[in-house]
Design a protein around this ligand. Structure first.
Ligand code: SF4
Ligand code: SF4
Length: 101
């Protein structure tokens, strides 16, 4: 089991999550982050840090987000490791408001 990042992260990338991860298993492209399931130790520390509820335990993913298990596993190993909080992408606050947070 691992935690999974969904499309709520896209266009946001606040990266509050990375600073609490004990094993640095977040990876990112220009739009969002992904968790490498081979490295995640399932501690759950990141989930409450995300301001847009993008992170879920893979066993508790909403039905319409199940594809993100595969997408995190496929994409994370091919992307740069993100280990420190970064500036959010432009428009992140608007995106957050549009998501209802
Ligand atoms: S805190 Fe949430 S929205 Fe921000 S980068 Fe992490 S998963 Fe994405
Ligand atoms: S559950 Fe723990 S180990 Fe997995 S990504 Fe979140 S903080 Fe890192």
């Amino acid at each position: 089991m691992a935690f999974v990042i969904t499309d709520n992260c896209r266009g946001c990338r606040f990266t509050d999550c990375v600073s609490v991860c004990p094993v640095d298993c977040f990876y990112g492209d220009g739009e969002q982050l992904y968790i490498n399931p081979d490295e995640c130790i399932d501690c759950g520390a990141c989930e409450p840090e995300c301001p847009v509820e993008a992170i879920h335990d893979e066993g508790s993913l909403p039905e319409d987000k199940l594809q993100w298990i595969k997408l995190n596993a496929e994409r994370a190993p091919n992307l740069p490791n993100i280990t420190q909080k970064q500036a959010a992408v432009p428009g992140a606050e608007e995106r957050k408001a549009a998501l209802g947070f």
